[in-house]
Ligand binder design. Structure first.
Ligand code: ARG
Length: 481
Protein backbone atom coordinates (compact mmCIF):
# COMPACT_ATOMS: atom_id res chain seq x y z
CA UNK A 1 0.00 0.00 0.00
CA UNK A 2 1.11 3.59 -0.68
CA UNK A 3 2.32 5.30 2.45
CA UNK A 4 0.07 8.15 3.59
CA UNK A 5 0.69 10.96 6.03
CA UNK A 6 -1.49 10.75 9.17
CA UNK A 7 -4.88 12.25 8.18
CA UNK A 8 -6.58 14.94 10.30
CA UNK A 9 -9.39 12.47 10.96
CA UNK A 10 -9.00 8.71 10.50
CA UNK A 11 -11.99 8.17 8.19
CA UNK A 12 -12.52 11.25 6.11
CA UNK A 13 -9.56 13.44 7.06
CA UNK A 14 -7.78 13.29 3.68
CA UNK A 15 -8.99 16.64 2.37
CA UNK A 16 -8.69 18.37 5.74
CA UNK A 17 -5.72 20.11 7.25
CA UNK A 18 -7.28 20.55 10.68
CA UNK A 19 -9.00 18.05 12.95
CA UNK A 20 -12.58 18.75 14.02
CA UNK A 21 -12.96 21.22 16.88
CA UNK A 22 -13.24 19.47 20.20
CA UNK A 23 -16.65 20.98 20.77
CA UNK A 24 -17.71 19.74 17.33
CA UNK A 25 -16.60 16.24 18.23
CA UNK A 26 -18.67 16.27 21.40
CA UNK A 27 -21.61 17.85 19.59
CA UNK A 28 -21.50 15.51 16.63
CA UNK A 29 -20.78 12.14 18.19
CA UNK A 30 -23.49 9.50 18.13
CA UNK A 31 -21.57 6.53 19.45
CA UNK A 32 -22.97 7.22 22.92
CA UNK A 33 -26.33 6.03 21.59
CA UNK A 34 -25.70 4.15 18.35
CA UNK A 35 -23.22 1.65 19.85
CA UNK A 36 -26.26 -0.65 20.24
CA UNK A 37 -26.03 -1.12 16.48
CA UNK A 38 -22.62 -2.79 16.74
CA UNK A 39 -23.82 -6.42 16.34
CA UNK A 40 -25.84 -5.42 13.27
CA UNK A 41 -22.99 -3.42 11.79
CA UNK A 42 -20.59 -6.32 12.23
CA UNK A 43 -23.06 -8.77 10.75
CA UNK A 44 -23.62 -6.55 7.74
CA UNK A 45 -19.89 -5.94 7.34
CA UNK A 46 -19.12 -9.64 7.36
CA UNK A 47 -21.72 -10.28 4.65
CA UNK A 48 -20.39 -7.31 2.67
CA UNK A 49 -16.82 -8.57 2.86
CA UNK A 50 -17.81 -12.07 1.72
CA UNK A 51 -19.54 -10.47 -1.24
CA UNK A 52 -16.48 -8.32 -2.04
CA UNK A 53 -14.40 -11.46 -1.97
CA UNK A 54 -16.76 -13.29 -4.34
CA UNK A 55 -16.70 -10.31 -6.69
CA UNK A 56 -12.93 -10.19 -6.61
CA UNK A 57 -12.42 -6.94 -4.71
CA UNK A 58 -10.74 -8.51 -1.71
CA UNK A 59 -8.34 -11.44 -1.89
CA UNK A 60 -9.43 -14.52 0.05
CA UNK A 61 -6.77 -14.30 2.78
CA UNK A 62 -7.52 -10.64 3.41
CA UNK A 63 -11.25 -11.30 3.54
CA UNK A 64 -10.62 -14.04 6.08
CA UNK A 65 -8.42 -11.74 8.16
CA UNK A 66 -11.14 -9.08 8.12
CA UNK A 67 -13.76 -11.61 9.09
CA UNK A 68 -11.69 -12.90 12.00
CA UNK A 69 -10.95 -9.34 13.06
CA UNK A 70 -14.65 -8.43 13.08
CA UNK A 71 -15.47 -11.55 15.03
CA UNK A 72 -12.85 -10.71 17.63
CA UNK A 73 -14.14 -7.14 17.93
CA UNK A 74 -17.67 -8.44 18.47
CA UNK A 75 -16.44 -10.73 21.25
CA UNK A 76 -14.68 -7.78 22.87
CA UNK A 77 -17.85 -5.68 22.70
CA UNK A 78 -19.94 -8.48 24.16
CA UNK A 79 -17.45 -8.91 26.99
CA UNK A 80 -17.71 -5.16 27.69
CA UNK A 81 -14.02 -4.64 26.96
CA UNK A 82 -14.29 -2.53 23.80
CA UNK A 83 -13.45 1.14 24.29
CA UNK A 84 -15.63 3.49 22.26
CA UNK A 85 -14.04 6.73 21.12
CA UNK A 86 -16.37 9.70 20.60
CA UNK A 87 -13.72 11.33 18.41
CA UNK A 88 -14.60 8.64 15.85
CA UNK A 89 -18.16 9.94 15.71
CA UNK A 90 -20.29 6.85 15.47
CA UNK A 91 -20.40 3.11 15.89
CA UNK A 92 -19.51 2.50 12.25
CA UNK A 93 -16.30 4.51 12.25
CA UNK A 94 -15.32 3.11 15.63
CA UNK A 95 -15.60 -0.39 14.27
CA UNK A 96 -13.83 0.35 11.00
CA UNK A 97 -11.03 2.05 12.87
CA UNK A 98 -10.67 -0.80 15.38
CA UNK A 99 -10.55 -3.28 12.51
CA UNK A 100 -7.92 -1.33 10.61
CA UNK A 101 -5.75 -1.16 13.70
CA UNK A 102 -5.78 -4.96 13.95
CA UNK A 103 -5.91 -5.98 10.31
CA UNK A 104 -4.16 -4.10 7.53
CA UNK A 105 -6.79 -5.25 5.06
CA UNK A 106 -9.39 -3.42 7.14
CA UNK A 107 -8.69 -0.50 4.83
CA UNK A 108 -10.67 -2.39 2.15
CA UNK A 109 -13.79 -2.83 4.26
CA UNK A 110 -15.55 0.27 2.97
CA UNK A 111 -15.09 -0.73 -0.70
CA UNK A 112 -18.37 -0.08 -2.56
CA UNK A 113 -20.11 1.03 0.63
CA UNK A 114 -20.89 4.27 2.41
CA UNK A 115 -21.98 4.93 5.95
CA UNK A 116 -25.27 6.00 4.44
CA UNK A 117 -26.30 2.62 3.05
CA UNK A 118 -24.58 1.04 6.04
CA UNK A 119 -26.72 3.00 8.53
CA UNK A 120 -29.85 2.20 6.53
CA UNK A 121 -28.94 -1.50 6.57
CA UNK A 122 -28.14 -1.60 10.29
CA UNK A 123 -31.40 0.10 11.11
CA UNK A 124 -33.43 -2.38 9.09
CA UNK A 125 -31.69 -5.25 10.86
CA UNK A 126 -32.33 -3.52 14.19
CA UNK A 127 -35.99 -2.90 13.36
CA UNK A 128 -36.52 -6.52 12.38
CA UNK A 129 -35.34 -7.65 15.82
CA UNK A 130 -37.20 -4.85 17.57
CA UNK A 131 -40.45 -5.86 15.86
CA UNK A 132 -39.92 -9.47 16.90
CA UNK A 133 -39.22 -8.48 20.49
CA UNK A 134 -42.27 -6.23 20.68
CA UNK A 135 -44.40 -8.96 19.08
CA UNK A 136 -43.19 -11.52 21.62
CA UNK A 137 -43.94 -9.21 24.58
CA UNK A 138 -47.32 -8.27 23.11
CA UNK A 139 -48.03 -11.99 22.88
CA UNK A 140 -47.15 -12.37 26.58
CA UNK A 141 -49.62 -9.62 27.47
CA UNK A 142 -52.29 -11.22 25.33
CA UNK A 143 -51.76 -14.58 27.03
CA UNK A 144 -52.02 -12.91 30.43
CA UNK A 145 -55.17 -11.02 29.43
CA UNK A 146 -56.68 -14.21 28.10
CA UNK A 147 -55.95 -16.10 31.31
CA UNK A 148 -57.39 -13.30 33.46
CA UNK A 149 -60.49 -13.16 31.26
CA UNK A 150 -60.99 -16.92 31.45
CA UNK A 151 -60.64 -16.83 35.23
CA UNK A 152 -63.23 -14.05 35.56
CA UNK A 153 -65.90 -15.01 33.08
CA UNK A 154 -68.48 -15.18 35.90
CA UNK A 155 -67.75 -11.70 37.27
CA UNK A 156 -70.19 -9.04 36.10
CA UNK A 157 -69.59 -5.32 36.28
CA UNK A 158 -70.99 -2.15 34.75
CA UNK A 159 -69.44 -0.91 31.53
CA UNK A 160 -69.32 2.85 31.14
CA UNK A 161 -69.76 5.60 28.61
CA UNK A 162 -68.90 9.16 29.66
CA UNK A 163 -67.69 7.45 32.84
CA UNK A 164 -71.37 6.98 33.71
CA UNK A 165 -72.74 3.50 34.25
CA UNK A 166 -74.05 2.11 30.99
CA UNK A 167 -74.83 -1.60 30.74
CA UNK A 168 -73.67 -4.81 32.41
CA UNK A 169 -70.88 -6.91 30.93
CA UNK A 170 -68.67 -9.67 32.21
CA UNK A 171 -65.13 -8.89 33.33
CA UNK A 172 -64.05 -11.39 30.68
CA UNK A 173 -65.73 -9.36 27.94
CA UNK A 174 -64.02 -6.20 29.19
CA UNK A 175 -60.61 -7.86 29.31
CA UNK A 176 -61.08 -9.36 25.86
CA UNK A 177 -61.67 -5.83 24.55
CA UNK A 178 -58.11 -5.00 25.57
CA UNK A 179 -57.08 -8.23 23.88
CA UNK A 180 -58.56 -7.04 20.58
CA UNK A 181 -56.61 -3.78 20.85
CA UNK A 182 -53.30 -5.46 21.57
CA UNK A 183 -53.91 -8.10 18.90
CA UNK A 184 -54.19 -5.31 16.32
CA UNK A 185 -50.88 -4.00 17.63
CA UNK A 186 -49.37 -7.44 17.25
CA UNK A 187 -50.55 -7.53 13.62
CA UNK A 188 -49.03 -4.11 13.01
CA UNK A 189 -45.61 -5.11 14.34
CA UNK A 190 -45.63 -8.35 12.40
CA UNK A 191 -46.54 -6.48 9.23
CA UNK A 192 -43.75 -4.02 9.89
CA UNK A 193 -41.28 -6.87 10.40
CA UNK A 194 -42.11 -7.98 6.87
CA UNK A 195 -42.10 -4.52 5.27
CA UNK A 196 -38.73 -3.39 6.68
CA UNK A 197 -37.12 -6.53 5.38
CA UNK A 198 -35.55 -5.00 2.27
CA UNK A 199 -31.81 -4.57 1.70
CA UNK A 200 -30.43 -1.08 1.01
CA UNK A 201 -26.76 -2.13 0.77
CA UNK A 202 -25.30 -1.16 -2.58
CA UNK A 203 -26.98 2.25 -2.54
CA UNK A 204 -23.64 3.77 -1.49
CA UNK A 205 -23.62 7.35 -0.34
CA UNK A 206 -26.49 8.16 -2.71
CA UNK A 207 -25.65 6.88 -6.18
CA UNK A 208 -24.53 3.29 -5.73
CA UNK A 209 -21.03 2.34 -6.84
CA UNK A 210 -19.04 2.05 -10.04
CA UNK A 211 -17.64 -1.29 -8.85
CA UNK A 212 -19.61 -4.36 -9.95
CA UNK A 213 -21.09 -5.94 -6.81
CA UNK A 214 -23.66 -8.61 -5.95
CA UNK A 215 -26.52 -6.91 -4.12
CA UNK A 216 -28.69 -10.01 -4.20
CA UNK A 217 -26.07 -12.19 -2.57
CA UNK A 218 -25.64 -9.81 0.37
CA UNK A 219 -29.39 -9.45 0.75
CA UNK A 220 -29.78 -13.24 0.81
CA UNK A 221 -27.05 -13.65 3.36
CA UNK A 222 -28.59 -11.05 5.67
CA UNK A 223 -32.04 -12.61 5.44
CA UNK A 224 -33.52 -9.79 3.36
CA UNK A 225 -35.67 -12.27 1.45
CA UNK A 226 -39.35 -12.76 0.74
CA UNK A 227 -41.40 -15.81 1.66
CA UNK A 228 -40.10 -17.68 -1.37
CA UNK A 229 -36.52 -16.95 -0.29
CA UNK A 230 -35.99 -14.39 -3.06
CA UNK A 231 -33.84 -11.37 -2.19
CA UNK A 232 -35.62 -8.07 -1.59
CA UNK A 233 -33.62 -4.99 -2.64
CA UNK A 234 -34.38 -1.30 -2.35
CA UNK A 235 -35.07 0.04 -5.85
CA UNK A 236 -33.72 3.58 -5.74
CA UNK A 237 -30.42 4.57 -4.20
CA UNK A 238 -31.51 8.13 -3.38
CA UNK A 239 -34.59 6.90 -1.56
CA UNK A 240 -32.78 4.02 0.12
CA UNK A 241 -30.32 6.25 1.99
CA UNK A 242 -32.82 8.90 3.02
CA UNK A 243 -35.99 6.86 3.60
CA UNK A 244 -37.02 6.82 7.25
CA UNK A 245 -40.58 5.54 6.73
CA UNK A 246 -40.00 2.42 8.76
CA UNK A 247 -38.81 4.54 11.70
CA UNK A 248 -42.06 6.48 11.56
CA UNK A 249 -44.11 3.34 11.19
CA UNK A 250 -42.42 1.74 14.16
CA UNK A 251 -42.78 4.85 16.32
CA UNK A 252 -46.39 5.23 15.19
CA UNK A 253 -47.26 1.60 15.96
CA UNK A 254 -45.50 2.02 19.32
CA UNK A 255 -47.42 5.22 20.08
CA UNK A 256 -50.68 3.49 19.23
CA UNK A 257 -49.82 0.48 21.38
CA UNK A 258 -48.88 2.91 24.16
CA UNK A 259 -52.21 4.61 23.77
CA UNK A 260 -53.93 1.24 24.19
CA UNK A 261 -51.84 0.45 27.24
CA UNK A 262 -52.68 3.83 28.73
CA UNK A 263 -56.38 3.09 28.43
CA UNK A 264 -56.01 -0.30 30.09
CA UNK A 265 -53.92 1.35 32.81
CA UNK A 266 -56.52 4.06 33.32
CA UNK A 267 -59.40 1.57 33.69
CA UNK A 268 -57.41 -0.46 36.20
CA UNK A 269 -56.41 2.66 38.13
CA UNK A 270 -60.06 3.71 38.38
CA UNK A 271 -61.20 0.22 39.23
CA UNK A 272 -58.62 -0.05 42.01
CA UNK A 273 -59.87 3.09 43.78
CA UNK A 274 -62.00 2.88 46.91
CA UNK A 275 -64.71 4.63 44.89
CA UNK A 276 -64.97 1.79 42.37
CA UNK A 277 -63.31 -1.00 44.32
CA UNK A 278 -63.63 -3.48 41.44
CA UNK A 279 -60.15 -4.85 41.66
CA UNK A 280 -57.11 -5.40 43.70
CA UNK A 281 -53.68 -4.76 42.19
CA UNK A 282 -50.67 -6.92 43.09
CA UNK A 283 -48.60 -5.27 45.83
CA UNK A 284 -45.39 -5.69 43.88
CA UNK A 285 -46.59 -3.19 41.29
CA UNK A 286 -47.94 -0.61 43.71
CA UNK A 287 -46.12 1.70 46.12
CA UNK A 288 -46.79 3.29 49.48
CA UNK A 289 -46.71 6.89 50.59
CA UNK A 290 -43.85 8.36 52.60
CA UNK A 291 -46.42 10.18 54.72
CA UNK A 292 -49.87 8.56 54.54
CA UNK A 293 -49.60 5.06 55.99
CA UNK A 294 -52.81 3.78 54.44
CA UNK A 295 -51.81 4.51 50.85
CA UNK A 296 -51.22 1.93 48.15
CA UNK A 297 -50.70 3.74 44.88
CA UNK A 298 -50.97 2.25 41.37
CA UNK A 299 -47.59 3.64 40.26
CA UNK A 300 -46.81 0.99 37.66
CA UNK A 301 -50.03 1.72 35.81
CA UNK A 302 -49.57 5.46 36.18
CA UNK A 303 -46.10 5.12 34.69
CA UNK A 304 -47.49 3.14 31.77
CA UNK A 305 -49.97 5.98 31.26
CA UNK A 306 -47.15 8.50 31.49
CA UNK A 307 -44.73 6.64 29.23
CA UNK A 308 -47.42 6.53 26.55
CA UNK A 309 -46.87 10.29 26.30
CA UNK A 310 -43.20 9.69 25.63
CA UNK A 311 -44.08 7.30 22.81
CA UNK A 312 -46.26 9.98 21.23
CA UNK A 313 -43.47 12.53 21.67
CA UNK A 314 -40.97 10.27 19.92
CA UNK A 315 -43.24 9.94 16.91
CA UNK A 316 -43.64 13.70 16.83
CA UNK A 317 -39.86 14.18 16.97
CA UNK A 318 -39.33 11.84 14.02
CA UNK A 319 -41.99 13.49 11.92
CA UNK A 320 -40.64 16.97 12.56
CA UNK A 321 -37.11 15.75 11.85
CA UNK A 322 -37.76 14.49 8.33
CA UNK A 323 -40.28 17.10 7.20
CA UNK A 324 -38.81 19.36 4.46
CA UNK A 325 -35.43 17.60 4.44
CA UNK A 326 -33.92 17.78 0.96
CA UNK A 327 -32.83 14.49 -0.55
CA UNK A 328 -30.73 12.65 0.31
CA UNK A 329 -28.83 12.17 3.57
CA UNK A 330 -28.53 15.14 5.91
CA UNK A 331 -26.85 15.01 9.26
CA UNK A 332 -30.16 15.89 10.88
CA UNK A 333 -30.98 12.24 10.33
CA UNK A 334 -28.55 11.21 13.06
CA UNK A 335 -31.21 12.50 15.45
CA UNK A 336 -33.55 9.75 14.25
CA UNK A 337 -32.00 7.12 16.48
CA UNK A 338 -32.63 8.28 20.06
CA UNK A 339 -36.42 8.56 19.65
CA UNK A 340 -36.64 5.27 17.78
CA UNK A 341 -34.50 3.36 20.30
CA UNK A 342 -36.43 4.99 23.12
CA UNK A 343 -39.80 3.96 21.67
CA UNK A 344 -38.57 0.40 21.34
CA UNK A 345 -37.23 0.17 24.91
CA UNK A 346 -40.11 2.03 26.54
CA UNK A 347 -42.76 -0.04 24.79
CA UNK A 348 -41.09 -3.34 25.64
CA UNK A 349 -40.71 -2.23 29.28
CA UNK A 350 -44.38 -1.23 29.53
CA UNK A 351 -45.50 -4.51 27.99
CA UNK A 352 -43.30 -6.57 30.30
CA UNK A 353 -44.62 -4.74 33.36
CA UNK A 354 -48.20 -5.26 32.24
CA UNK A 355 -47.63 -8.95 31.45
CA UNK A 356 -46.15 -9.39 34.93
CA UNK A 357 -48.84 -7.41 36.72
CA UNK A 358 -51.89 -9.01 35.11
CA UNK A 359 -51.64 -12.44 36.75
CA UNK A 360 -51.68 -10.67 40.15
CA UNK A 361 -54.92 -8.79 39.49
CA UNK A 362 -57.88 -9.97 41.59
CA UNK A 363 -61.41 -8.85 40.90
CA UNK A 364 -63.32 -7.93 44.08
CA UNK A 365 -66.47 -9.78 43.29
CA UNK A 366 -68.56 -8.26 46.08
CA UNK A 367 -67.95 -4.72 44.89
CA UNK A 368 -68.56 -5.69 41.27
CA UNK A 369 -71.79 -7.45 42.23
CA UNK A 370 -73.02 -4.44 44.20
CA UNK A 371 -72.28 -2.04 41.33
CA UNK A 372 -73.78 -4.23 38.64
CA UNK A 373 -76.95 -4.71 40.73
CA UNK A 374 -77.92 -1.12 39.86
CA UNK A 375 -81.24 -1.70 38.02
CA UNK A 376 -80.70 1.37 35.85
CA UNK A 377 -78.08 -0.64 33.96
CA UNK A 378 -81.03 -2.52 32.47
CA UNK A 379 -83.05 0.54 31.42
CA UNK A 380 -82.11 -0.18 27.80
CA UNK A 381 -83.25 -3.77 28.22
CA UNK A 382 -86.60 -2.45 29.41
CA UNK A 383 -86.87 -0.29 26.28
CA UNK A 384 -86.10 -3.41 24.20
CA UNK A 385 -88.86 -5.19 26.15
CA UNK A 386 -91.33 -2.53 25.01
CA UNK A 387 -90.06 -2.94 21.46
CA UNK A 388 -90.81 -6.67 21.70
CA UNK A 389 -94.36 -5.64 22.66
CA UNK A 390 -94.57 -3.63 19.42
CA UNK A 391 -93.71 -0.14 20.69
CA UNK A 392 -91.43 1.88 18.34
CA UNK A 393 -87.98 2.21 19.90
CA UNK A 394 -87.98 6.01 20.13
CA UNK A 395 -91.28 5.96 22.03
CA UNK A 396 -90.04 3.12 24.25
CA UNK A 397 -86.90 5.17 25.00
CA UNK A 398 -89.03 8.17 26.04
CA UNK A 399 -91.32 6.12 28.23
CA UNK A 400 -88.47 4.36 30.02
CA UNK A 401 -86.78 7.75 30.42
CA UNK A 402 -89.90 9.04 32.13
CA UNK A 403 -89.92 5.93 34.30
CA UNK A 404 -86.32 6.60 35.39
CA UNK A 405 -87.23 10.20 36.22
CA UNK A 406 -90.22 8.96 38.24
CA UNK A 407 -88.02 6.59 40.24
CA UNK A 408 -85.63 9.44 40.88
CA UNK A 409 -88.51 11.60 42.04
CA UNK A 410 -89.84 8.88 44.32
CA UNK A 411 -86.28 8.17 45.43
CA UNK A 412 -86.71 4.43 45.01
CA UNK A 413 -85.07 1.74 42.86
CA UNK A 414 -86.71 1.56 39.43
CA UNK A 415 -88.34 -1.91 39.80
CA UNK A 416 -89.88 -0.84 43.10
CA UNK A 417 -92.04 1.90 41.60
CA UNK A 418 -95.71 1.16 42.19
CA UNK A 419 -97.52 -0.23 39.20
CA UNK A 420 -99.79 2.80 39.10
CA UNK A 421 -96.89 5.27 39.17
CA UNK A 422 -95.01 3.23 36.58
CA UNK A 423 -97.98 3.10 34.22
CA UNK A 424 -98.47 6.80 34.64
CA UNK A 425 -94.90 7.46 33.46
CA UNK A 426 -94.80 4.69 30.85
CA UNK A 427 -98.26 3.85 29.52
CA UNK A 428 -97.01 1.11 27.14
CA UNK A 429 -95.36 -0.90 29.92
CA UNK A 430 -96.34 -4.60 29.67
CA UNK A 431 -97.49 -6.31 32.90
CA UNK A 432 -94.33 -8.44 33.22
CA UNK A 433 -91.93 -5.47 33.04
CA UNK A 434 -90.25 -6.23 36.37
CA UNK A 435 -88.94 -9.54 35.02
CA UNK A 436 -86.50 -7.57 32.90
CA UNK A 437 -84.46 -6.86 36.02
CA UNK A 438 -82.70 -10.20 35.99
CA UNK A 439 -79.02 -9.88 35.21
CA UNK A 440 -78.51 -13.44 34.16
CA UNK A 441 -81.34 -13.23 31.68
CA UNK A 442 -80.11 -9.86 30.46
CA UNK A 443 -76.66 -11.23 29.72
CA UNK A 444 -77.96 -14.45 28.20
CA UNK A 445 -80.07 -12.38 25.78
CA UNK A 446 -76.88 -10.88 24.34
CA UNK A 447 -76.01 -13.98 22.43
CA UNK A 448 -74.76 -12.77 19.06
CA UNK A 449 -71.14 -12.74 18.03
CA UNK A 450 -69.16 -9.95 19.70
CA UNK A 451 -71.69 -9.47 22.51
CA UNK A 452 -71.12 -9.90 26.25
CA UNK A 453 -73.45 -12.88 26.80
CA UNK A 454 -71.85 -16.00 28.28
CA UNK A 455 -72.23 -17.90 25.01
CA UNK A 456 -70.33 -15.48 22.77
CA UNK A 457 -67.81 -14.73 25.51
CA UNK A 458 -67.04 -18.43 25.87
CA UNK A 459 -66.68 -18.72 22.12
CA UNK A 460 -64.46 -15.63 22.06
CA UNK A 461 -62.30 -17.14 24.79
CA UNK A 462 -62.07 -20.40 22.88
CA UNK A 463 -61.06 -18.77 19.59
CA UNK A 464 -59.12 -15.72 20.81
CA UNK A 465 -55.65 -17.23 20.91
CA UNK A 466 -55.89 -18.43 17.32
CA UNK A 467 -57.59 -15.23 16.13
CA UNK A 468 -54.96 -13.12 17.83
CA UNK A 469 -52.26 -15.16 16.12
CA UNK A 470 -50.74 -16.50 19.33
CA UNK A 471 -50.18 -20.06 18.24
CA UNK A 472 -46.46 -20.58 17.79
CA UNK A 473 -45.44 -17.32 19.46
CA UNK A 474 -42.42 -17.80 21.70
CA UNK A 475 -40.47 -15.46 23.94
CA UNK A 476 -37.70 -15.23 21.37
CA UNK A 477 -39.95 -14.17 18.52
CA UNK A 478 -42.46 -15.81 16.27
CA UNK A 479 -41.58 -19.19 14.88
CA UNK A 480 -40.98 -19.25 11.17
CA UNK A 481 -40.62 -15.49 10.70
N1 ARG B 1 -23.96 8.22 12.48
C1 ARG B 1 -24.47 8.96 11.37
C2 ARG B 1 -25.98 8.81 11.27
O1 ARG B 1 -26.49 7.89 11.81
C3 ARG B 1 -23.82 8.47 10.14
C4 ARG B 1 -23.81 9.44 9.08
C5 ARG B 1 -22.95 9.09 7.96
N2 ARG B 1 -23.09 9.91 6.83
C6 ARG B 1 -22.65 11.12 6.66
N3 ARG B 1 -22.81 11.62 5.49
N4 ARG B 1 -22.09 11.82 7.59
O2 ARG B 1 -26.68 9.59 10.69
Amino acid sequence: MRAMSEPAQPTWGGRFREPPAERMQRFGESVSFDAVLAPYDIRASRAHVRMLRRCGWIPAEEAEAIDAGLEAILAEIEAGRFVWDPALEDVHMNLEHALSRRVEAGARLQTARSRNDQVATCMRLYLRDACEEVAATLAECLEALHALAAANRGVLLPAYTHLQRGQPVSAAHHLLAYGEMLARDLGRFRGLRASVNVCPLGSGALAGTTLPIDREGVARELGFVDEAGEPRLTQNSLDAVSDRDSFHEFASAAALAGLHLSRIAEDFILWSTREFGFLHLPEGYTTGSSLMPQKRNPDALELIRGKAARLQGNLQTLQALVKNLPLTYNRDLQEDKPPLFDSHRVLVDCLRVLADLLPGVRFREGACRAAVADPLLLATDLADHLVRAGVPFRQAHHEVGALVAAAEEEDCPLPELSTARARQAAPSLPGDWREVFDLERALAARGEIGMPGPGPVDRALATARARWGLAGETAGGREGV
